[in-house]
Write a protein that binds this ligand. Structure first.
Ligand code: PLP
Length: 227
């Protein structure tokens, strides 16, 4: 086994153990492999070990990898900040976007999504811990943005995504993730059809799974330290 396939198995085992420990059914939590800064060869290796879904932060770097690997049946998620001048690249190359936090960006993505492709799958990024400089819509504005996004023709709203500050321990991480989970349930109770709560990374995926994550975004634990 290669190093990537060994580490991928270890992450699957962590997810399985966390699901068991926190009464989540098997298969309730999907794994997104975050391949930013790693080359197409690393993605290919993870694919050969069974990984299909990949997350990228830097649009230009991602588009190169996506193009190089277009012969493989991969699913690409944009998890980095999106400037207005990058929406067309995202709309043309990605399957998912986790980082929509402004209606203007969502409108551009919808207008620029090529008609031949399925709708772009979207999560709204929410700033649950209130960091003033971070991206993400404030929780109190999430419902209005979600309703507007749900009405755009070439987008399909799937859920919420959060990147809280690293927490000192498991309980502190759960407290912050619970705000995301509560908001997710509130939006569903308002009639939005959501199935994706994108929370949890290498260091805190257990706390995220305990709190209701349906998708963990894991880079370092699969590919190693970033260069
Ligand atoms: C880099 C990144 C990750 C992966 O982080 P690791 O700690 O390496 O698992 C997850 N989500 C986002 C938004 C990222 O930018």
């Amino acid at each position: 086994m290669t190093k990537i396939s060994t580490q991928l198995s270890a992450v699957h085992e962590r997810i399985r153990a966390a699901c068991q420990a926190h009464d989540r059914p098997d298969g309730a939590v999907a794994l997104l492999a975050v391949s930013k800064t790693f080359g197409a060869d690393a993605v290919q290796e993870a694919f050969e070990a069974g990984q299909i879904e990949f997350g990228e932060n830097y649009i230009q770097e991602a588009v190169e990898k996506i193009t190089t690997l277009q012969h493989l049946p991969l699913v690409w998620h944009c998890i980095g900040p999106i400037q207005s001048n990058k929406t067309r690249l995202v709309a043309e190359h990605f399957d998912w976007v986790h980082t929509v936090d402004r209606l203007k960006i969502a409108q551009r993505l919808s207008e620029q999504r090529p008609p031949a492709l399925p709708p772009l799958q979207v999560c709204i990024q929410v700033n649950v811990d209130g960091g003033p400089t971070k991206s993400g819509v404030p929780p109190e504005d999430a419902l209005a943005l979600a309703q507007a996004v749900a009405g755009l023709p070439r987008l399909r709203l799937r859920g919420l995504m959060c990147i809280p500050e690293p927490a000192p321990d498991f309980d502190a991480a759960c407290q912050v993730f619970k705000r995301a989970k509560d908001l997710f349930e509130t939006l569903k109770a308002q009639g939005l059809k959501l199935d994706t709560l994108s929370i949890g990374m290498s260091a805190d995926l257990e706390a995220a799974i305990a709190s209701g994550s349906t998708l963990v975004r894991v880079g370092t634990a699969i590919f190693g330290a970033r260069h």
